[in-house]
Design a protein around this ligand. Structure first.
Ligand SMILES: C[S@@+](CC[C@H](N)C(=O)[O-])C[C@H]1O[C@@H](n2cnc3c(N)ncnc32)[C@H](O)[C@@H]1O
Length: 242
C-alpha cells in the first residue's frame, strides 16, 4: 500500500532548517539504523487515521507530543519520569534533524523510557494531519526557530494553521507548553494564542511565565539562551472545552 502523503505536503516540501549536521558517528548510525525502526511512526494511508495509543505496546491513557525536540533532552527526561512513575503516558516526538534523533535515541535506548516513546522523523505538520482528533493531552513546543525576518514569518511553527490543527487534536483541558527566548517571537506567540478561540493562557502573574515549572527540564537551546544572557519565557496554555 502506498505511504500516506498528506495533500498539502507538496506545497510545503521546502523544509527550512537542517536535516543533518555533522556526519553521524558509527554509534549514532547504528542507533538510527537499528533502534529507530522499532520506535518510528509510519503515517497511515488516511489523514486523521492515526490513533497514537495504538503505537504503544503498553496501554496508555494520555498522549504527549513534543514538536522539534532537538537533542531530545526534554523528551528523554519526560519519558524517564513517566516510566519511573508508571504513569500511562505515551510520548510522541517529531524532529527532522537526524543528529537530534540520534541524540534522543542515545538518551533512551535500552532504558525503560524507550517503551514510552515513538518518533516521527519528518515535518511535524504531516504528523499533525495524520493524527486522529481529540488524541493529545500535552504538546510541547520548546524554543522553536524564531524566523525573525518578515518574509520568513510564514515558516514559524506557531501560527494560526498549526493552532487550528492543534485545537482539533487536543482534548479539552490539554496543555500546550511553549518556550522562547526571542522577545519578538514571544509577542507573536502571545498574539497568535490570545486571539485563538480554543486556547487560554493559564498565567496569573509574571512568575508563572518567568520561571520554568519543576516538571519542565532545561533544553539545549534554553541553556544557550541563558549563557548568552537572554531570559526565556515559559508559557502554558490550556485547550478550552467545546
Ligand atoms: C531551535 S531548535 C530547538 C530544539 C529543542 N526544542 C530545544 O529547546 O533545545 C528547533 C528544532 O525544531 C526542529 N523543527 C523545526 N521545524 C520543524 C518541523 N516542521 N517539524 C519537525 N521539527 C522541526 C528543528 O530541526 C530543530 O531541531
Amino acid at each position: 500500500m502506498p505511504a500516506f502523503v498528506p495533500k498539502t505536503s507538496r506545497q510545503r516540501r521546502n523544509l527550512h532548517g537542517r536535516r543533518q549536521g555533522r556526519p553521524l558517528r558509527p554509534a549514532q548510525r547504528r542507533l538510527i539504523e537499528e533502534t529507530l525502526p522499532a520506535l518510528a511512526i509510519d503515517l497511515p494511508c488516511q489523514a486523521g487515521g492515526l490513533d497514537p495509543a495504538a503505537l504503544f505496546d503498553d496501554s496508555v491513557e494520555e498522549i504527549w507530543l513534543e514538536v522539534g525536540f532537538g537533542g531530545g533532552e526534554h523528551l528523554a527526561w519526560q519519558a524517564a519520569r513517566v516510566s519511573q512513575t508508571q504513569r500511562p503516558v505515551g510520548l510522541l516526538g517529531a524532529e527532522f534533524f537526524v543528529n537530534g534523533i540520534a541524540s534522543l535515541l542515545r538518551h533512551i535506548a535500552a532504558t525503560p523510557a524507550e517503551r514510552c516513546v515513538r518518533i516521527f522523523r519528518g515535518d511535524v505538520r504531516d504528523l499533525l494531519e495524520a493524527l486522529s482528533p481529540d488524541c493529545l493531552d500535552r504538546v510541547f513546543v520548546l524554543f522553536p526557530d524564531p524566523w525573525p525576518k518578515l518574509r520568513h514569518h510564514k515558516r514559524r511553527i506557531i501560527q494560526s494553521q498549526t493552532l487550528d490543527r492543534l485545537a482539533v487534536l487536543m482534548r479539552p483541558g490539554a496543555e500546550l507548553r511553549v518556550a522562547t527566548d526571542d522577545p519578538t517571537y514571544l509577542r507573536w506567540i502571545l498574539e497568535q494564542l490570545l486571539r485563538h478561540p480554543a486556547f487560554d493562557w493559564t498565567a496569573r502573574g509574571p512568575q508563572d511565565w518567568r520561571r520554568r515549572p519543576d516538571d519542565w527540564p532545561p533544553t539545549r537551546y534554553e541553556q544557550k539562551a541563558l549563557a548568552a544572557g537572554r531570559r526565556p519565557a515559559y508559557l502554558v496554555f490550556s485547550r478550552r472545552a467545546g
